[in-house]
Design a protein around this ligand. Structure first.
Ligand SMILES: Nc1ncnc2c1ncn2[C@@H]1O[C@H](COP(=O)(O)OP(=O)(O)O)[C@@H](O)[C@H]1O
Ligand SMILES: N[C@@H](CCC(=O)OP(=O)(O)O)C(=O)O
Length: 374
């Protein structure tokens, strides 16, 4: 079946956190799950397509296995995730079935979304499921993810899924009423932030690093997720999953929790994929002139603006472009491998051939493969 290219359709990604789903580790909260499913069915009636990203497999697995605490060893976490995921999908499937709606389990790894071909495959599959009126239930494929390259928290995963399906909205349901101006666990006077721009760097300072007992990302991961989603043009709401009819109310335009809005023009799809990458094998440091030219927009990065090269990368791989202080300002797919890039740094493009004996491209990173990130 071919995908209908009707991009005016409304799509939301709804993410629910571990503590909520598992009633703080006491077991799947069927009542709460039923309320979200009711909400999803109601907003679908209004023409909003939904992808659900649900955490809770590890917390539920730990409970089913009779363990007292969340283990630290990766193989135990993976085993718990495999056990708990069964409970999660069963709970969602049976509740949606009561409405005659179909669900699909989609387990993704970081590698799936880092590889451009697999990313495109995931995109086509998710869109096909939405076209078939199925509700995809997404989680990280914890059972095969390795420590170094896990998303770890489902906030990041949910943001990347928002980009994949070009969602207009990412809704992150958690155990707090939203983002507060400081961690409400530590400060009883913390005030709810009702609305802010997702790109506002001050938001991160409001978040403590520590997640709840069962969560992985904490509030910082949610703010970062909102920033990722904003790059694709999606607004994010962080709200309490315990609030009655929260999804229906949001769809009715009511204000719940914290709204984080995009402030820039959305990036083209390919650049969203680039910006969403979690790992880059290389780094290049730029002089002030190159930083200025890139920030003005629309320029390629030439070797002449590069002062230092680090990392082991091949032609076509992702490198971060840093200013003199080491802050990331852009990232892109480089036209030369690490050794060649190091040899031509600081040189005029006309001199590349005399140094390397060949020229692949005059640019180190072509503007089509470059995205501003800072
Ligand atoms: N500024 C803040 N505003 C709200 N919550 C915060 C803030 N800083 C830290 N937190 C903590 O982040 C926790 C939510 O993150 P997490 O436990 O990862 O949730 P989830 O499992 O829903 O992903 C909250 O319980 C809260 O204590
Ligand atoms: N994939 C993991 C999610 C990790 C996690 O705890 O995420 P979250 O509660 O959203 O911070 C799980 O299902 O347990």
């Amino acid at each position: 079946m071919t995908e209908r290219l009707n991009e005016s359709r409304r799509r939301w990604v709804i993410k629910v956190g571990s503590a909520l789903v598992t009633n703080h580790g006491r077991g799947l909260d069927h009542e709460r799950i039923a309320a979200w499913v009711d909400g999803i069915m109601a907003i679908r009636q209004q023409g909003i397509e939904v992808v659900l990203v649900s955490s809770g497999s590890v917390a539920e697995g730990v409970r089913r296995l009779g363990w007292q605490d969340r283990p630290h060893a990766l193989h135990q976490l993976q085993a718990a995730a495999a056990v708990g995921q069964m409970g999660l999908v069963q709970a969602y499937e049976s509740r949606f079935q009561a409405f005659g709606a179909k669900t699909a389990q989609v387990l993704l790894t970081h590698e799936d979304l880092a590889d451009r071909q697999r990313y495109l495959n995931a995109r086509v599959t998710l869109r096909a499921l939405l076209n078939l009126a199925v509700v995809p239930v997404v989680n990280e494929n914890d059972t095969i993810a390795t420590e170094e390259i896990r998303f770890g928290d489902n906030d990041t995963l949910a943001a990347l899924v928002s980009n994949l399906i070009e969602a207009e909205r990412l809704v992150i349901l958690t155990d707090q009423a939203g983002l507060f101006d400081s961690d409400p666990r530590a400060n009883p006077w913390a005030a709810l932030v009702e609305e802010a721009e997702a790109e506002d760097l001050g938001l991160e300072r409001m978040c403590s690093d520590a997640p709840g007992v069962l969560g992985q990302g904490g509030m910082r991961a949610k703010v970062m997720a909102a920033r990722r989603a904003a790059r694709a043009g999606a607004a994010t709401v962080i709200a309490s999953g315990r609030e009655a009819a929260v999804l229906e109310r949001l769809a009715a335009g009511e204000r719940c929790g914290t709204l984080l809005t995009p402030s820039r023009e959305p990036l083209a799809a390919r650049k969203q994929w680039l910006a969403g990458q979690l790992q880059a094998p290389g780094r290049v440091w730029l002089d002030d002139g190159a930083v200025r030219v890139l920030r003005e927009g629309g320029a390629s990065l030439l070797p002449v603006g590069v002062t230092r090269v680090a990392g082991r990368f091949r032609r076509g791989e992702l490198v971060l472009c840093l200013d003199a202080r080491g802050e990331e300002i852009a990232r892109g797919l480089i036209n030369y491998d690490a050794e060649a890039a190091d040899r031509i740094k600081g040189m005029a493009s006309d001199d590349i051939e005399s140094v390397l004996g060949y020229v692949t491209e005059p640019e180190l990173i072509h503007r089509d493969n470059l995205v501003l990130t800072g």
